[in-house]
Structures are given as C-alpha cells and as structure tokens.
Design a protein around this ligand. Structure first.
Ligand SMILES: *Cc1c(COP(=O)(O)O)cnc(C)c1O
Length: 368
C-alpha cells in the first residue's frame, strides 16, 4: 500500500493496481494479435492516471490515450520515453507547439486538424507523428465519409505527417447483435485497406470481446481495465479495481412516525436502526442512489434509506444488530460491483468512476 494513513473520518477509495494489470493482461490474452493500449483519459476514469499509467507501462503497455492536451501534458513526465501518448480530441488552433515540444501525438479528427498538423511539420521542417480518426458511425469526432474521400483523393494533405495509426470508434460494441457493429466493421475495413502500411485500431473494451475482426493492431480498452463489465448481462471477466469504504458515524434506533433524511422521503413503519455513513454526493456517491443504493456492513447487504446528502448516507441496519460507530461500510467493491452501483443510480459504470470526488482518501495497492 502507498499513501498516508487515512483519518478515521475520511471515506477511502482503494485502487488495486495489481487488478488493473491483471485486467490489462486478460485483455491482451483475448486479443493476441493486437497490442493493448491504456486509455487513461479523465484521470484514468477517475482512478488516477499518474498511478495507473506507470503500472500499465511497467506491464509493457506502450500506447496511451487521453482526451485533452492538458491531460497529456500532465501525464507525459510519468510515462517511459518510448511510450506513445495520443490525444483523442486532436490538435486545436494554438496548440501545435505544445504537441511538438512534448512529443505528444494528436488524433486528427477533421481536415482542418490534418492541415494544421501538416503545416506545423512544414514549418519546423521535420515529420510529425499523427493518428487519423475516421468516423464510421458515431457522428461525433473523426473525418466524415466526405472528408475521408477528400483525403484519399489528395495524398499531399498528409505531407510531413508520420502516420502512425488509423482508427475509428465503435458505438454499440457492448450489444453483440447490434447491426451498427457490422456496418462499422465494413466501413473501417474499406478505409483501412487504403492505408495498408499503417497500424489500425477499432476496438474499445467491449470490442475486444466482440470479434477478432475488430482487433487489428491495437485495441483501446478503458472501462474493462478498470473493472467495468465489458459484457453486460454476462459474468464479468474483469477483476474489481476500485473499492469505496466509509465509516459509520452514528447508529440510532427510531420509531414511527420518524422519517430519515432531507425531504423526509423515507418513513419508518416500525422500530428501525439507522446507521449514518461519512460519504455523500460531494464524494461522488450519486444522489440518484437515494432510497435505491446498497452498502455492505459486517458482510451483510443493507439498503440506503432517505436521500443521499452532501456528506452523509443513511442505511437501514435493523438486520445487522452488531453495527457500531466506527465500523467500515463498503459502498462499492468486488461484492458490490461498480456496474451494480451504476444500475441502481440509473447511469453507467463510467460515470460512477469518473464522479469519484477529490475529497476521497485514495490508497493504491501496488501491482507487485
Ligand atoms: C473512451 C474511448 C475508448 C475506451 O472506451 P471503453 O469503452 O472505456 O473501453 C476508446 N476509444 C475512444 C476513441 C474513446 O473515446
């Protein structure tokens, strides 16, 4: 373990770097012909890019993706010098000198970015590394079909660019039967044939499990690396990474007509023991878990009753008479998976992890 001892009042987020590495290896085994990138945007899905990226690098990972240039600048010093660092949002006006100075590779998303980066290469008089993202069905980022045609019709647009990767992004890979998968496979295969000597990348986490057809040279899993199930509705092949615990601050027994929490949304119908836990929506434990979330206390599942407040949660612990002030409640972990927390909150695991707040005391369990 690294980090200082948490104060008793702090809610604690424990991040298991050994599980991150095990998940990375599991993904590599599932995509044996491809390299496995580390997608560490949004501070590695809220779990700490500065800790996770070096752990992945130590396990052999040499390709990293973030969303924004600022994330790349913060992460670059923590990566081995031979690692490629890609920025998914690409190079915006006024940013090119940062990419050049720090050897960061933009993912070029439109012809304007292609022109900007090619012009930067011409200006400094040496080739610059680049990835190009083709939109094959998300209508979000990437060259449109018309832009792709224009690029292919005039190869001089790529002058000065050392094209390292052509990529696209799947929109529904977690739904194996979704017709968009075949459509995107086909569109990407056509584009990829026009760049036979460039490495190609299509699959995100669920894509790794969807089909070998989308593995190409590099897969880009984020969520699965952090323990989110890439196969919704089936057993999770990944290990749990993030565990959230917080302490019982008070326990009391109440009787009707008492109510619990803001808005008096939970009214007890008989004698009820309520445990108040030191974690709330300010810590990223979503308010939509009000009257819906669960926790584990003394090995038992107990329900959240009343609204989640900024700093506190209230649990009905009538069924667990041993609960005392100072006990640890588990709010997320191997036995209360991030995907279940997400479903109870009406969102997905990605949002649950990326909302985990700065007030949490973070503890990293070392990879080896
Ligand atoms: C976020 C992202 C990924 C990773 O997706 P997961 O579903 O978390 O595996 C891969 N590629 C792109 C372009 C992304 O934006």
């Amino acid at each position: 373990m690294t980090g200082t001892e948490p104060l008793p009042s702090a809610a604690v987020l424990t991040i298991d770097l050994a599980a991150v590495v095990a998940n990375h290896r599991r993904l590599a085994a599932r995509a044996p012909t491809a390299q496995v990138a580390g997608v560490v945007k949004a501070d590695a899905y809220g779990l700490g890019a500065r800790q996770i990226a070096p752990a992945l690098a130590a396990a052999g990972c040499r390709n990293f993706f973030v969303a924004q240039l600022g994330e790349a600048l913060a992460l670059k010093p923590h990566l081995p010098p031979d690692a490629a660092l890609y920025v998914l949002n690409g190079v915006l006006a006024g940013e090119d000198q940062h990419y050049v100075a720090h050897a960061i590779t933009p993912v070029l998303n439109d012809l304007g970015q292609v022109a900007r980066w090619s012009e930067a290469a011409r200006r400094i008089g040496r080739p610059l590394p680049a990835a190009v993202h083709f939109d094959t069905g998300m209508s979000r980022l990437g060259l449109t079909a018309a832009e792709a045609e224009a690029l292919l019709a005039d190869a001089s647009r790529l002058d000065g660019l050392d094209l390292r990767l052509v990529m696209s992004h799947l929109v529904a890979s977690e739904e194996a039967e979704h017709p968009h998968n075949a459509l995107q496979f086909e569109r990407f295969a056509v584009l990829r044939r026009r760049f036979p000597h460039v490495r190609a990348s299509l699959a995100n986490s669920s894509g790794v499990f969807l089909s070998n057809q989308c593995h190409y040279d590099l897969v880009r899993p984020g969520a699965a690396t952090y323990g989110i199930n890439p196969l919704p509705g089936q057993a999770n092949p990944m290990q749990s990474v993030a565990t959230l615990t917080a302490r019982v601050l008070q326990v009391r027994t109440i009787d009707p007509p008492e109510a619990v929490g803001y808005g008096a949304t939970h009214r007890v119908t008989g004698p009820t023991r309520i445990a108040t836990i030191g974690c709330g929506y300010a810590d990223g434990w979503l308010r939509s878990l009000s009257n819906r979330g669960n926790a584990i206390l003394a090995g038992m599942r107990v329900p959240v009753v009343g609204r989640v407040s900024m700093d506190l949660i209230t649990l009905d612990v009538t069924a667990v008479p041993t609960v005392r002030t100072g006990d640890q409640a588990v709010l997320m972990g191997a036995d209360l998976p991030v995907d279940e927390v997400a479903e109870r909150a009406g969102t997905n695991g990605y949002e649950v992890l990326t909302r985990l707040g700065p007030r949490l005391h973070r503890v990293y369990r070392a990879a080896s």
